[in-house]
Write a protein that binds this ligand. Sequence first.
Ligand SMILES: Cc1cc2nc3c(=O)[nH]c(=O)nc-3n(C[C@H](O)[C@H](O)[C@H](O)COP(=O)(O)OP(=O)(O)OC[C@H]3O[C@@H](n4cnc5c(N)ncnc54)[C@H](O)[C@@H]3O)c2cc1C
Ligand code: FES
Ligand code: FES
Length: 1369
Amino acid sequence: MDLKNSEKNQTSLVFCVNGERFELCNVHPSTTLLEFLRSQTRFKSVKLGCGEGGCGACVVLISKYDPFLDRVDDFTASSCLTLLCSIHGCSITTSEGIGNSRQGFHPIHERFAGFHASQCGFCTPGMCISLLGTLVNAEKTNRPEPPSGFSKVTVSEAEKAIAGNLCRCTGYRPIADACKSFAVDVDMEDLGFNSFWTKGETKDLKLSRLPQYDHHHKNIKFPLFLKEMKHDLCIVSEKHSWHKPTSLKELQSLLELNRADETRMKLVVSNTSMGYYKDKKVYDMYIDLSGLDELSHIRKDRTGIEIGAAVSISKAIEALKAESRGDFLSDFAMILEKIADHMGKVASGFIRNTASVGGNLVIAQKNNFPSDIATILLAVDSLVHIMSGTQFEWLTLEEFLERPPLSSESVLLSIKIPSLETIKSTSSEQRNRFHFETYRASPRPLGNALPHLNAAFLVEVSPSDDSGGSRIDACRLSFGAYGNKHAIRAKTVEEFFTGKMLSVSVLHEAVNLLKATIVPKDENTKTAYRSSLAAGFIFQFFNPLIESSAGVTNFHLNGYSNFPFEKDFELKENQKQVHRNKIATLLSSGNQILEAGNEYYPIGEPIVKSGAALQASGEAVYVDDIPSPSNCLHGAYIYSSKPLARVRSIKLSPDLQLDGVKDIISSKDIPSGGENIGSKSIFGTEPLFAEEIARCIGERLAVVVADSQKLADIAANSTIVDYDIENLEPPILSVEDAVKRSSFFEVPPFLYPKHVGDISKGMAEADHKILSAEMKLGSQYYFYMETQTALAVPDEDNCITVYSSSQCPEYTHSTIARCLGIPESKVRVITRRVGGGFGGKAIKSIATAASCAVAAQKLCRPVRMYLNRKTDMIMAGGRHPMKITYSVGFKNDGKITALELQILIDAGIYVDISSAMPHNIVSALKKYDWGALSFDIKVCRTNLPSRSAMRGPGELQGSFIAEAVIENVSATLSMDVDSVRSVNLHTHKSLQLFYEHCCGEPFEYTLPSIWSKLSISANYEQRSEMVKEFNRSSIWRKRGISRVPVVFQLTLRSTPGKVSILSDGSVVVEVGGIELGQGLWTKVKQMAAFALGTIECDGSESLLDKVRVVQADTVSLIQGGFTAGSTTSESSCEAVRLSCDILVERLKPLKEKLQEEMGSINWENLILQAYTQSVNLSASSYYIPSNNSMMYLNYGAAVSEVEIDLLTGETRFLQTDIIYDCGQSLNPAVDLGQIEGAFVQGLGFFMLEEYETNLDGLVLANGTWNYKIPTVDTIPQQFNVEILNSGHHQQRVLSSKASGEPPLLLAASVHCATRAAIKEARKQLLSWSNEEGPDSTFLLGVPATMPVVKELSGLDIVERYLKWKMSKV
Ligand SMILES: Cc1cc2nc3c(=O)[nH]c(=O)nc-3n(C[C@H](O)[C@H](O)[C@H](O)COP(=O)(O)OP(=O)(O)OC[C@H]3O[C@@H](n4cnc5c(N)ncnc54)[C@H](O)[C@@H]3O)c2cc1C
Ligand code: FES
Ligand code: FES
């Protein structure tokens, strides 16, 4: 076959999207489905969150007809990795396809809205489709008919439906509830706060209030004509071709052709490996292997199961599960089910649905991918079938992995798992049993995270007649994903075990042997941790066999629910074993108690977030959803890869075909009269582009502008920058360096916090002192789901309009004007909504908008940018890292008398908002009465990316530093830490001393009552006792519980508002605040309805539906300021109230007159009359907080309980209880969302998120693969929140208090609870070696990731335990 021949067979690519037919003849084979949908259709609900399969924002449902089975398969997939050509003949469904604002929303959309499960909304369409996929497939099963209103989905399936989807806003609990509401086995009482029902209503009533779901209703329709289509595809253009061979012969010819022509050819099945490798190479020929029968079958016979290489992981799981229920021998059935279970943790559902088993093994073999599948299949002696040219051969998987990388003309055809008959040992006897288990230690229990280590063990054991013990007759121990080339068999350990009777000493020796075997290639890859994991897995596997033969049956004793190995081990026991590692409990449930006042109706009502259903259907428009104007160009940053270097030149790579690359915009392109300024804060500016010298890695050097975003990204990625460091000082890469070189930013005196009391006196009063204790805190990345983005459109007369995803359009506006050297009147910045900000879209968003503006102005064409995740992560800077040194004096009873701190803040290269950090740190640190407090805080200027505000900037660290001090004091005194906290809580008197200007009246100081109320509601005392009891009886798991308070100082800023009443009575509102997902628009709507309602005419109670809050437009409403610091919702509300008051004043005389004349007057008539009588119906105002209302304190407390696994270092978050003072909440549903979402973001900071860099400051954690934000399986399993209505606060906006940031600080409770659990582990460790304890003054780092927890709990815990056991014999 040659290309010419295949041209004759040229077919076109045909598929449907939401029922619309598409036929394409000329497609570049590397085009992804996401690129096509977003750039060439009107369907924008698929969002680009990561482009690597790790976030779920782009999930679609693919429906594909299977002509052999005559059925349509429906499965979810990530459209960012799916190649467009591979969906030939398929029907695609996106969120807007199942319902929308015009045809009516789908119940999924409505329930997401009603359960308050959408905040910024960027993740929501993907979540909805993930759930849809699960529903559609459950409805196809032959499970019993569910009761009306429910689906066939179970609660557990409903929760797992979204296990691979990331959400940075909500904290997942409401999303899980929305999903669970469809489940047939849901207990309605378990579903959290929602807008459908109120507490106490009956189950039937509740069900009737839910948007109705009919499980018979076809959610999706498969267009019939697609069934008739042939599935082979051949698209050939001049330069590229896509082939989907349907026979091996055809494939062989294509491969042969490739060899002769040396064309650049790529084999593909589902292309998911591109999520990891991001191969930017452009290939000439793509060969899709999924049309070959030989690669798509699953066959079984007595010798085992053969799985075609192109079979998806999901299909393989299904088949293995089915076989495990089939007629194989019981041991083999058990093995198959365990393999399937393990495969269920590979990636996430929407990846497994397409990712092939063969593709996985090939990348493991060719590219050293840390595969799970290779490891688990290695342990069962799997075989692989390879075709090389016209040769076919069977190899063991081990031989395959050991071979040199598979050549491009070799194809993996299938994989065979042999039945046990073929792998029994020669000495095998009838009563021998096989034991099999698989393991993976990963930061997320349900998958979507690569493991630190995986393992699988298959062991043949025979019971010994005389001793009652067990002999190992044969064993296969495989390990992988630990930073070596590929999965391996631990042969020396296998040989050591073989023929031995199991005993503690044998296990001890095996562990030592193993630790020398499992050593990562690269020294920096957590070597000791990974070796210790291997020891843990081996121990976990073999120890129950020893204990069961020794008659130990109390498996609670070792903290695992292992089933004992019995001599008469039955099939059912094997079946039970299968479920050993499963998470038995549901992921999450919770209680919410929300007290709100109703005197300002509809203020205080938990109304659904404005636009939530639109967000769910994907119709809500974000900056990147705005259709590109004709001629639009796209930009991508070229950033510095050196921390300090002269930039001599920037050139595009000569290898690139650069047809579509238009220009490189740098500082030289700043127009004359303009300034090279990329952002500004009250403390200073930073350049838009580096000029002669680049001052940190990630600094903007230039923007490549090209025809498409993809091309711009490729070009930027391959530019060649010539650096030179001659005569430059070495860069400052640490705060210590900064101190040595006196490199600091100034802190304006008015912002530098004041010391409290007399430190020398306080120290003199102390009974004990801790001197110069040190700790460090790292950074955190925002991980907004929508990365930085803007679109600049040049307008007439040298004007420009810029659409920006920004928390501060006003600053963006003035920066652009200065940059372009034009008056501010010629600039207009529009921001409708932001796909998550968390501070990262404040100062940091300005440069993207300014870059687009400069490029657009120069090229006289619209220019847009949407940063890829990696670039965003490298440039973002994130939270401020810092080094803290403190000395503390305290009494015998734990009362602290003095605290003295030196804090070095790493601000990075430009000032941004860093000068505010000392103030923020100290304000949160003052939550305890330190007696006397003094500090020396330096804001260090380093050659690292400039840090910016991130939710609770400084406050988070300050609050945590306070807890670390308290923990250290209690450890030193061997006192209960909760008592130390209690004894140091402020009285109102000490509060006055520490928070001079904002402490409020004594009745406003609600913390003491929250503290004791929480103790009761969270059952703190009793649970503390239960934790102690658990720790006494459990060896391998330890628990900890901790209660933590928060005091948070808030400051209101001036904010504008404008209200206009249109002639039909509908109302348009503009405010300075930006909708970031925090529900600002919703509160503003409520305020407008309340304040206009004070006119008291008929129908004004339905005003809420008439109010529309519109996008921020900097020429329509000026002085918008920042949306930051948690208070913009309330200040925007107040500005709206003032505007409404003006309107009500203007309308009142007319209303009274009309009422007198007509008896009653309704709203519409009043407005109509007002129009005819020329009443000015637009009013604006500028809210300026008065001195005594500008600042206030907010309070809350949390109790968290965790459980740590001493073998892996994994922490499970069992329960969190929060009480939070919201004053009189403006909208308790919105505030609840803020509290839960902030807490989970804080949990990420304390426990999971490692924003790792190299020594030069280059961010290494630059994507979803290595930066792990919380997922639905890493939130508190029980999450209870109470919003306290603390009554009237004269100075607050309708007595409300903010909720955006303070709850984040409460996540320290999880960290402290983890520390408590580790303390128990260390105590136990010491007791085994009869050493003195307890050793409790250790420091637990942040984040307390698995390796960190494990290291402190004892990397050699297994060896020490076994030694201890041996010493007792
Ligand atoms: C977000 C994410 C998370 C993941 N997590 C995990 C995890 O936790 N554990 C784990 O083990 N894996 C994980 N994976 C890897 C995943 O299993 C593989 O990407 C997938 O199985 C590859 O299959 P594919 O069909 O997409 O292969 P493709 O991407 O189409 O192909 C992969 C490579 O193999 C070649 N190839 C494919 N099939 C053959 C064949 N039959 N013969 C010869 N060459 C072939 C292709 O040319 C290509 O180079 C994850 C992947 C993603 C995207
Ligand atoms: S964008 Fe596709 S999974 Fe993140
Ligand atoms: S609502 Fe999920 S990311 Fe914002």
